[in-house]
Structure formats: C-alpha cells, structure tokens
Design a protein around this ligand. Structure first.
Ligand code: SF4
Length: 209
C-alpha cells in the first residue's frame, strides 16, 4: 500500500480552494449540510492539477464552497492555519501532499460524487435540475463567452439573452422555494454569468440584476 506523505498543514492548498468530492465522501453532505457545497457543472472552467491548467470539466463535480466571493475553503481557519473538519476532511484532502502529487492523482480517478447521488431522481427538484441543464448547458455557452472577450464593444446579444433567461429561471425557482440564489448552488450550480466571468469580467455586471 502506498505511503501517504505527511501533510504539514501549511494551508496553501486550502486557500486555493476546497476539494471535489468522491463517492466515499457522500456522508459528509449530511454531516456538514448541503449549504456547504456547490455543484460545478460539466463544461465549467476549473483548474486541473494534473496539467496545472484551467480547462472545462468533463463531468460535473460537487465541491466544498469557497468563502464569500473567493475559493478559499469554507473550513479553512486562517487564524490557526488549520482545517476545522480535519478528522472528517474529504478524500482528496486526506491524500493531498505538496511533496508527492501521485496519491491525489490516483484519488482523482475514483468516481466523483454527483447530484444524482443525493437528489431523488423523479422528484420535482430533479425535474428542475434536468430542465435547467437542457436549457442552459455550460458547454453550449462557452464559445459565446470566448467570442465576447474578443468583441470589445459589447457582449454578444445571444449571450446576453441566455444570461437573462437563466437569471429569470433561477429567480422563479428561488421565489417558489423561498431560497436565495446561493441556496440553489448545490442543485443548479452557480449562475452562468458568474461561472463564465473568468472569460470576460463584464459578465459580473449581471450580478446587479
Ligand atoms: S476540507 Fe480542510 S483540508 Fe480540505 S481544503 Fe478545506 S480546510 Fe483544507
């Protein structure tokens, strides 16, 4: 069995962002509550440590949320430079070492936790998730976001319409279940304008709608 190098708990990894969860982490959802997590949908740009580059996700993942608008892990306490859920930390955190990436890369081959693992299929919520995916898939919008960055004059009309339609979809659902947009993040992921803001910072203006 591979020996996991000792983690010195310097907090560098935790400040860069919480881990993606795997099937082994399922019970953490109950223990910590779904509000601590966010779904990153298929196609979202994310850092891949195997190639040290940002690229679109090939499948959706569930991730521990960042604090406020950043990605520093919700459970990282910078005062003591430590993990506040250390005994229960997710699989990727347990195998992580800055001296040897191999155990992490092996863990990343294990099945990721996804929404279908904790949301009842056939439920009204599942139907909302599916209709949201069909109407607003990230992959279809990526080329428009890239084009927007190249067009300095204005955001492409088609993209503007998609952003506004998705905002309306989320507002309607949020009103119906009496939830803020952030409460929807484990179920619908983050709004498209926020997901794609790394391509064009002008998209952040949609947060004022
Ligand atoms: S769960 Fe703990 S060890 Fe993992 S990234 Fe968050 S603070 Fe760090």
């Amino acid at each position: 069995m591979a020996v996991i190098p000792l983690c010195h708990q310097c907090g560098t990894c935790c400040r860069k962002g919480g881990p993606a969860l795997h099937q082994e982490d399922l019970e953490l959802l109950d223990r910590l509550g779904l509000a601590s997590f966010v779904c990153l949908r298929k196609g979202e740009p994310a850092h891949d440590p195997r190639v040290d580059a940002v690229r679109p996700l090939s499948q959706e993942v569930i991730k521990i949320r960042g604090k406020e608008k950043g990605w520093e892990c919700l459970y990282y306490d910078k005062v003591v430079s430590g993990c506040t859920i250390y005994q229960d930390r997710p699989l990727e955190c347990r195998v992580l070492s800055c001296k040897d990436s191999h155990p992490l890369f092996e863990a990343m081959k294990r099945p990721y936790l996804q929404r279908k693992d904790f949301i009842q299929q056939g439920s009204a919520l599942w139907a909302c998730i599916q209709s949201h995916e069909q109407e607003f898939p990230v992959n279809n919008v990526l080329p428009l976001a890239t084009r927007s960055r190249q067009e300095k004059q204005h955001i492409p009309k088609e993209l503007d319409q998609i952003f506004r339609a998705e905002i309306a979809y989320r507002l309607t659902l949020g009103d119906y279940v009496q939830a803020k947009d952030e409460d929807l993040w484990p179920y619908l992921g983050r709004p498209l304008w926020l997901v794609l803001a790394p391509y064009d910072s002008r998209f952040l203006e949609y947060g004022k709608i």
